[in-house]
Ligand binder design. Structure first.
Ligand SMILES: NC(=O)c1ccc[n+]([C@@H]2O[C@H](COP(=O)([O-])OP(=O)(O)OC[C@H]3O[C@@H](n4cnc5c(N)ncnc54)[C@H](OP(=O)(O)O)[C@@H]3O)[C@@H](O)[C@H]2O)c1
Length: 276
């Protein structure tokens, strides 16, 4: 008997099939792994000094989507690290935020269908963070495009016109404007359209599955979380890491005006921020 037939006899066909399936999955996940991490001109500089210099500049920022899972954690991270002298939350509803930590916070409630009327809310910010998004299941295909593309792009336009020089966009792993999948196509398209606005600095974050205990029920996302969370750290990322990476990256000077941070880059930046 050959080794393979012995193996089949010992394990049984089902077990062998499962083993093969795991091997194929491992190969596929490895194949889709991110490229090498990006490099930053300021990576080796003393981060404490960078942070202090940044704080002294009394900059202000806005967050779109601060009521969402990433946005919430991003706000806490920004407050904790104290980089900005003023933080503005721009959203469709006011958030109940009480306590001393929130005293320098401004809330702007806007109608995203008439954003032109709210240009003032976007004026005078140095940095913009965007964690806006919905799902096709929640909003339908058209609604999804409106939120994830139109609202994001219009906000970026108003921010740019209002003097914002740095824009940080939470996009998604696999974003690609030529994709046949609506989700990836819309994400890729908005990435490209915001790039065309010409911010001095533009960072695109492409996390894999976000690891978070979401209150809202999203069965598909729950399954993906369980699967990718268990099998591949390059395909998923805890939401805290995304927030930490977005904040840390604000201080860095990439070699190019536009940078794309794939899941691995996010994990790497997020981890180094967590270790400090
Ligand atoms: N979930 C994942 O695994 C995953 C993976 C990769 C990338 N992403 C992307 O990462 C981004 C953030 O994801 P998340 O899970 O942190 O987001 P989330 O929890 O779903 O929050 C989305 C935010 O967008 C706002 N929003 C949704 N629909 C809106 C509408 N019609 N008008 C105005 N505001 C609206 C929400 O405001 P309200 O609170 O008022 O609804 C909330 O602040 C999204 O772009 C998402 O596509 C997600």
């Amino acid at each position: 008997m050959t080794i393979i037939t012995q193996l089949i006899a010992t394990l049984g066909k089902t077990a062998l099939f499962l083993a093969l399936l795991v091997l194929v999955l491992a190969a596929v996940l490895n194949y889709f792994d991110d490229a090498d991490p990006i490099k930053y001109a300021s990576m080796n500089q003393d981060t404490a000094a960078l942070e202090e210099t940044f704080r002294q500049q009394n900059k202000s920022c806005f967050i779109l989507g601060a009521s969402g899972e990433t946005g919430k954690v991003l706000l806490q991270e920004l407050l904790q690290r104290g980089f900005f002298s003023r933080i503005t939350l721009i959203g469709r509803r006011p958030l109940t935020l009480e306590g001393k930590a929130y005293e320098n916070l401004v809330q702007e409630v806007v109608d995203f269908e008439k954003l032109e009327d709210y240009a003032a809310a976007f004026q005078g910010h140095d940095v913009g963070y965007c964690c806006l998004g919905t799902t096709r299941a929640k909003a339908g295909a058209e609604g999804f495009i409106r939120v994830d593309h139109d609202y994001v792009l219009k906000s970026a336009e108003l921010a740019k016109a209002g003097g914002c020089t740095q824009f940080h966009l939470e996009s998604s792993r696999g974003a690609d404007k030529t994709s046949n999948f609506l989700y990836l196509k819309v994400k890729g398209q908005v990435e490209a359209d915001v790039e065309a606005l010409g911010f001095d600095r533009y960072a695109i974050y492409r996390p894999g599955v976000l690891l978070v205990d979401r209150q809202e029920s999203r069965p598909g996302e729950w399954l993906a979380r369980k699967f990718f969370g268990a099998f591949s750290s390059s395909m998923s990322v805890p939401i805290q890491m995304v927030a930490k990476a977005m904040v840390s990256n604000t201080l860095l000077q990439p070699e190019q005006k536009t940078e794309i941070l794939e899941n691995k880059d996010i994990v790497s930046l997020g981890k180094s921020a967590a270790e400090k």
